[in-house]
Design a protein around this ligand. Structure first.
Ligand SMILES: Nc1nc2c(ncn2[C@@H]2O[C@H](COP(=O)(O)OP(=O)(O)O)[C@@H](O)[C@H]2O)c(=O)[nH]1
Ligand SMILES: [Mg+2]
Length: 206
């Protein structure tokens, strides 16, 4: 959470984590395309040297005001390949909310699990645990003819996080996922935000 008292803005960092090719970048592109110009910033993608892999994506989403503060969400995704392990850890620094995107394809179940375990390990290394970071799970690629049944995928959801089915490539479930994590993050910080808003109001009155 980044609070800028001068501009009365608070920014929360949301990270989309998951195995390579599960649909993280697609989610961000869809979110970006669904927002009005006034609600979004440019979508930034940093490509690696081969110019193929997205290094990270960033989009800023403006969700109005709360306690007199303008609330923004910065959305990040991580690159999939194993050589970017360090980047994936760095992107998690300062995370306020997690969207774990799982691939519904049976061949990607192991990749989903490994990615989830890596995420937990990275969080631990930067002093965070899943207990303190709100998370939602998105089961993506529900359109695949061989998509695993929800029941099977839910075995993977040991934390019983809110789960959302999606077809990111068609935009289905994308905003629902973002809204769900946004609500969780905001409710976690509601009391802090109220306090900050009040302090700012008092300071503004001097
Ligand atoms: N069938 C299907 N393909 C998808 C879906 N979402 C993303 N994809 C495709 O999966 C591939 C990888 O998506 P991308 O967003 O780049 O994955 P990332 O590596 O997690 O960022 C692309 O070809 C997407 O078009 C989906 O819901 N269904
Ligand atoms: Mg990507």
């Amino acid at each position: 959470m980044l609070v800028n008292l001068a501009s009365k803005e608070v920014t929360f960092k949301i990270v989309y984590y998951g195995p390579g090719l599960c649909g993280k970048t697609t989610n961000l592109l869809q979110v970006h395309s669904k927002l009005k110009n006034s609600e979004r910033s440019e979508l930034v993608s940093l490509a690696n040297r081969e110019d193929r892999t997205i290094f990270f994506d960033f989009a800023s989403v403006d969700l109005g005001t709360l306690s007199g503060l303008k609330v923004k969400f910065s959305l990040y995704t991580v690159p999939g390949q194993s050589i970017y392990k360090v980047t994936r850890k760095l992107v998690l620094k300062g995370v306020d909310g997690l969207v774990f995107v799982a691939d519904s394809s049976p061949d990607r179940m192991k990749a989903n699990m490994l990615s989830f375990q890596e995420m937990v390990a990275h969080l631990r290394k930067i002093g965070l645990s899943l207990k303190e970071v709100p998370m939602v799970i998105q089961y993506n690629k529900r359109d695949l003819p061989n998509a695993l049944p929800l029941k099977v995928l839910e075995r993977f959801n040991v934390r019983r996080a809110p789960a959302i089915e999606a077809v990111a490539v068609e935009g289905t479930g994308v905003m629902e996922t973002l809204n769900t994590i946004a609500k969780l993050v905001l409710s976690k910080h509601a009391s802090v935000l109220k306090g900050v808003g009040k302090r700012k109001a008092a300071a503004g009155g001097v």
